[in-house]
Design a protein around this ligand. Structure first.
Ligand code: FAD
Length: 472
């Protein structure tokens, strides 16, 4: 039964309740265009008090609430199901940067702030907010917190969980939990903040977060490397680590098939190396000391690796523009994969040293079981997080049913390898709706049971993003 939206008219302004089908459409499909849902309305609050009133109304009426930020998530978690009784709670208008404290190195931003705007606010205060993702121009603070996002700088700064100091959130029944304290140390009871991070809208509505800031890098150097195989990439990473330590802010891996696809489909990309290589590494070393000779470190380590035959080729960016051009290739991959045709992608992680074994096992198993598909590998090798994509010819996956069957078979194949290596089925994108069945298989039953009891404690009526992470 559909709930009466009328009480909300007293809470939200005219732009806060969207029911016109064309205006609702962009909120009802995911970024990849794989999941399509229906909803009674899109609600667009401007304040935390409005969010609280919406949740009180949802509890009163038993209405399912699907929180949504920039809608760039890659697990389908921000899209409602087909029943049509849910409302999408879009946080985009709750978008103030409440404070930037350059002395204490903290920033407080509301859920609807775009990640790139938060990065800029930190830069304007001469500080660094280090989270960086391909979707940073549209993903929002609530979304990155709710998915515990990672990106290209995790090797140095960690995931969102490592960056959040405090959270403000609204519970299923509308209580505002004011936990925005920007404290570096706080052992007062259970860390509710950490329960909310990565909970994908199933435990509460994130309305604001207090983050750590860092010193801005004033000397940096970027290189694109060519490797014969992923083992060589890990060896070069280790050599760089021995000299540069934690100044390595990114070390990303990409296979040649992924490189070819990205160069072909993304207009602003070109390969700065002399020739194509089997594997590529995107490397950045940065230091907050402007005098730090990071370029010398990069040149010496890569030069020795070339002489030793560990590295096939490399280019070190000679200008900011060249560094940007190298990163443009890496950040364009998700869009290139989306344009390339039907694909099944994964966000697996294994222990860093096991990445080459995992890649080889996946190559072997998928060549045997899905010979018409092209395997693509890209990811954050320094974190052991590799995105495996199997690209199929369009004719092989004509409709949604064929896609679902293929995805289930590919997932089973890839996850078996990852689980045997003691890895995870998702490193940074989350479970959403796409991996609910896979989580049920992969998780220890007792751990899954504990997760269900946590969900029950936070959301006894089951109105918060039903069906995401755990079966409703
Ligand atoms: C081109 C591209 C590149 C990407 N690269 C990376 C990457 O490198 N690393 C990475 O980790 N991810 C990456 N992603 C995935 C995605 O951008 C991130 O997961 C991002 O964190 C999602 O933010 P969003 O605001 O778009 O969230 P949405 O997609 O709107 O929502 C994601 C989930 O969070 C929940 N949610 C959203 N807002 C709230 C809130 N305020 N309170 C409670 N729950 C909420 C939703 O219900 C949903 O379950 C990429 C995506 C794209 C399209």
């Amino acid at each position: 039964m559909l709930a009466n939206l009328q009480p909300l008219e007293a809470v939200l302004d005219a732009a806060g309740i969207v029911t016109e089908p064309a205006a609702m459409a962009p909120y009802l499909s995911d970024w990849r265009g794989r999941r399509h849902g229906r909803a009674q309305a899109i609600l667009r609050p401007r304040t935390v008090e409005e969010v609280s009133a919406i949740m009180r109304w949802a509890t009163h009426t038993g209405t399912p609430i699907v929180p949504q930020g920039g809608n760039t998530g890659l697990s389908g978690g921000a899209t409602p199901d087909a029943a049509g009784d849910a409302v999408v709670l879009s946080l985009g208008r709750l978008n103030s940067i409440r404070s930037v404290d350059a002395l204490g190195d903290t920033l407080v931003a509301e859920a609807g702030c775009i990640l790139a705007d938060v990065q800029r606010a930190a830069t304007d205060a001469d500080r660094l907010f280090p989270l960086s993702l391909g979707s940073e121009g549209s993903c929002q603070i609530g979304g990155i917190v709710a998915t515990n996002a990672g990106g290209v700088n995790v090797i140095r700064y960690g995931t969102v969980r490592d960056l959040v100091l405090g959270l403000e959130f609204v519970t299923a029944d509308g209580v505002i939990i004011r936990g925005l304290k920007p404290l570096r140390k706080d052992n007062a009871g259970y860390a509710l903040r950490d329960m909310l991070i990565g909970s994908e809208g199933t435990l509460g509505i994130v309305t604001a977060a207090a983050f750590k800031l860092f010193a801005r890098p004033r000397a940096s150097t970027t290189a694109l490397c060519g490797f014969a195989n992923p083992v060589a990439a890990l060896q070069v990473l280790q050599r760089l680590r021995s000299v540069a330590g934690e100044r390595i802010s990114s070390f990303e891996l990409m296979c040649d098939a992924e490189m070819g696809l990205t160069l072909a489909l993304m207009p602003a990309t070109s390969l700065p190396l002399q020739s194509r290589q089997p594997w590529y590494g995107f490397v950045e070393i940065a230091d907050s000391d402007p005098q730090a000779d990071v370029e010398r470190i990069m040149t010496e380590v890569l030069g020795t690796a070339l002489e030793d035959g560990v590295l096939e080729d490399a280019v070190i960016a000679a200008s900011d523009a060249q560094a940007k051009a190298i990163w443009t290739i890496r950040l364009a991959v998700a869009e290139a994969n989306r344009l390339a045709g039907p694909s099944v992608s994964h966000d697996t992680s294994v222990a860093t040293a096991d990445v080459p074994v995992m890649i080889e096992a996946v190559e072997r198993a998928t060549a045997r079981r899905f010979p018409i598909a092209r395997p693509l590998f890209v990811g954050h090798i320094g974190d052991g997080n590799i995105h495996v994509t199997l690209l199929f010819p369009t004719t092989a996956i004509p409709d949604a049913a064929a896609f679902a069957a293929t995805a289930a078979a590919v997932n089973a194949c890839v996850f078996e390898i990852v689980m045997e290596l003691g890895g995870s089925i998702t490193a940074e994108h989350g479970i959403g709706h796409s991996l609910v069945g896979a989580l049920a298989k992969a998780a220890q039953p007792e751990a899954l049971d504990l997760m269900r009891r946590v969900k029950q404690a936070f959301d006894p009526l089951g109105i918060l993003n039903p069906g995401a992470i755990l079966r409703a």
